[in-house]
Structure formats: C-alpha cells, structure tokens
Design a protein around this ligand. Structure first.
Ligand SMILES: *Cc1c(COP(=O)(O)O)cnc(C)c1O
Length: 399
C-alpha cells in the first residue's frame, strides 16, 4: 500500500505552491493585461448562496481552470466563502487542488480512466460513475489502498451526452453490490435546455430524475447528494435545486444565456486590457490588415493594439467587434491577427500611443461584457472566458 501512494505524495509540482499563480505564463505581460477580480467572484458566490439558501449545497464548477479564471486562486476564494463541493473535469485538476491544500469534497465530473483510478482514490476525489469498467478499476484501487471511494452515478435524462440511460440505472446499481469499496454518494444528471425560455423539456428531465431518485431511495440506498441544476436551473428552476446545485458561469458573473437574464445581480470577474502600440493616419482607400477586408473611406486614425487570437481574442471579431478607448467604442478594422488588432479611433479625440484600450470590461461609463464579445465571435461567454483566461498571464485583484 505505501509504495502505491508514494508517487502521489511526492514533491509538489513547482507551480502548485500557494504563492505562485496557476498560470502557464510565469511572467506578467505588460502589453496585455488580463485581470481577475476575486472580490467580484466572492460577491457572486454570496449572491448565489443567498438565493439558494443554506440548506442547498453549492458545488462550484471550476473546471477548465475555473473557466479561465485560474483553478487555485478561485478555489482559495470560494472554499472560505462557503462552497460545499468543487467540480472539475479532469483527475489532474482534482490532484492540483489537493496539492494546494483544498480539503473540500471534489467531484470529477467526467469520471476517470481506469489508469487514473489509483490517483483519484489516493487523493480522495469523488467520481462521476457511468460504467462498469470504471467501477471495477476504482474498487480495485480502493481495496489496495484500504479506502472507500465515493461515487455519483450519472443518469442521462435527456442531455444526450454522458451517463446511463434511465432503464440501465437499477441493474447498474444492483451490480455495484459486488464492489463494497464503492460508496454511493450521489445521483447526478444534467439539463440540456434549462437556459431556454421554454422550460417544458427541463421539467420533463427533472420529473424523470426525481422518479428515478425516488425509486433508488425506495430500494434502500440513501443517496446523500442529488443534483441536476446548472447555473440556468439554479437561477430559474427552483424545484430543480434538490439538495445540491452545480454553479459555473454565474460565479464568473455572466448569465447562462441572454434568453433568460439573471434575477440576481452578478459582477463580471474577468477583464482584458491593452495599450495603443502605434497610431497611423491613413488617407481614404487604404486597406487594413491581412486579406484587405477593410478599406478606409475617409481620412482615418487607426490604432494598432498588441492583442490577437493568440490571446484568445477570436479572429471572428474581425470587422465586427469594438474596444473601449477613453470610454468610447472604437470599431475593429480588418482581420484580427495573431498578436495585433487594428481599431478605428478617428472619432475619439485625443488618443495617444500608450493609451489603455479595454477589450473586455468597463471603461468610464461603458462596458464590454462576455456576452458582447460572444455575440461578435458567434459563441457564448463561457468560451470567451476559457479562451482569454487560459491564453494570458492572469493578474489577481480584490483579495
Ligand atoms: C460545466 C458543468 C456545469 C456548470 O454549468 P454552468 O452553466 O456553467 O453553470 C454543471 N454541471 C456539469 C456536469 C458541467 O459539466
């Protein structure tokens, strides 16, 4: 047993100590400043806590490096703020949290591969379970390490993604009797359309989940945690809270979709700023950037900004989006390049080299939100945050 555990209790990875940012980027980038406001994060969590009440557990979803906001800094704010559980996608994320000293329950939302079972058990990670191979691998490792593993059995009630079909649930649970090392800690399902105005499908999924839950409890399983609600259901489907909710995007300050605005106030957490690198005065008829997709139609003042798609600023923003300069909107001209984006500041008086430009966040009385950028890039705020947050050095404020 001790030999098995040693590899996982060995020296901590260099970047897992508390003082280091959980960035791939070890040095600040003075040209591109991505800021994460931890006070806003804490505010959003408190709003959610107030809205859900004390009886409902909150699983804070911090997969994908906390939607680009940084796994460890976010966990270190949310744990003392009162999160009950953390949810991550990969085993490695759970291990990073344990190495940083996080002791809260951690759920691996996508389960584990058989070869990850030893690590998951050694670090007391809870596992989303939906197949026999995973159950067998976890049980074998638990036996070897003289431990128990908590599992949350996943049912696909209509998401069409991950989990057992409703008809498979009972036989699967019965078959787990073979593995006394596994402890049923919860039943989990996921909504497919809780962010749509039409909630009929969501109510159907919820009814199916509750029926299955009742059946399982009726056969004598305790099922400590039952959870199906993502942010949209947390905000809009109170009956779906059950005894635990899984909140992701709302923590980071965005509504799950524009179709259903948030009933509680949320503060944006991430912002992205840069500086004017160069100003060009161009006559009419000049093309801007690769492919010559934009031509000046009058004498124009064009600012080059040292940010591009390598910073998670999508090339789909070309000729669509805008940035804030001196609190005013400057439209993007031509294609967004790998490290450069050109904006038109002809209408904004007094712009100088070195002036700050805001790509995401507020400047003066105006603000560009994750949803604004998402609309220009034909995506959702989730992807904007993941792409920007995980492509830049993150600076933390508000803590
Ligand atoms: C990502 C995820 C969530 C969080 O969804 P939000 O819409 O960000 O609240 C909840 N549950 C599961 C299983 C997820 O993968």
């Amino acid at each position: 047993m001790p030999t098995l555990r040693r590899p996982f209790n060995g020296p901590k990875a260099a970047n897992s100590s508390l003082g280091m940012p959980s960035n791939r980027f070890r040095l600040p980038n003075r040209m591109v400043e991505l800021t994460v406001d931890l006070a806003a994060l804490q505010y959003n969590f408190r709003q959610l806590r107030q809205y859900c009440g004390q009886k409902v557990k909150i699983l804070a979803v911090i997969k994908a490096d906390a939607y680009g906001h940084g796994l460890l800094p976010v966990a270190q704010v949310l744990a003392p703020a009162g999160a009950d559980y953390f949810g991550v996608a990969y085993c490695s994320e759970g291990v990073s949290l344990r190495q940083a000293g996080i002791t809260l329950p951690i759920l691996l939302l996508m389960g584990v591969l058989p070869e990850e079972a030893a690590e998951a058990v050694a670090h007391d990670l809870e596992v989303t379970l939906f197949c026999r191979e995973m159950a067998a691998a976890l049980a074998a490792q638990a036996r070897q390490q003289s431990k128990k593993v908590k599992v949350h059995v996943k049912i696909d009630t209509g998401m069409g993604r991950l989990g057992l079909l409703p008809t498979e649930l009972m036989p699967f649970l019965e078959s787990l009797g073979e593995f006394p090392e596994l402890e049923l800690a919860g039943l989990i399902s996921h909504f497919a359309a809780s962010d749509c105005c039409d909630r009929s499908y969501t109510h159907q999924q919820l009814a199916d989940f509750e029926r299955l839950l009742k059946g399982v409890r009726g056969r004598g399983w305790a099922v400590p945690a039952s959870h199906i609600a993502n942010s949209a259901a947390v905000l809009h489907v109170h009956q779906a809270h059950l005894n635990m909710v899984r909140a992701g995007i709302t923590l980071y300050g965005s509504p799950p979709s524009l179709e259903t605005p948030s009933p509680i106030p949320l503060k944006p957490v991430m912002s992205l700023r840069t500086r004017v690198l160069q100003l060009q005065e161009l006559p009419p008829g000049c093309s801007i950037s690769y492919g010559r997709t934009y031509f000046t139609d009058k004498p124009s003042l064009i600012a080059a900004l040292p940010v591009g798609y390598c910073n998670g600023y999508s090339r789909l923003m070309s000729n669509r989006g805008c940035v804030l300069l001196h609190g005013q909107r400057a439209p993007i001209r031509g294609r967004v390049c790998m490290n450069l984006t050109m904006v038109d500041v002809t209408e904004i008086p007094g712009v100088k080299k070195g002036d700050m430009a805001t790509l995401l966040g507020e400047d003066g009385s105006d603000r560009l939100t994750g949803d604004d950028l998402a609309a220009w890039a034909e995506t959702i705020s989730y992807e904007i945050y993941c792409m920007m947050g995980n492509s830049n050095y993150r600076r933390y404020i508000g803590n």
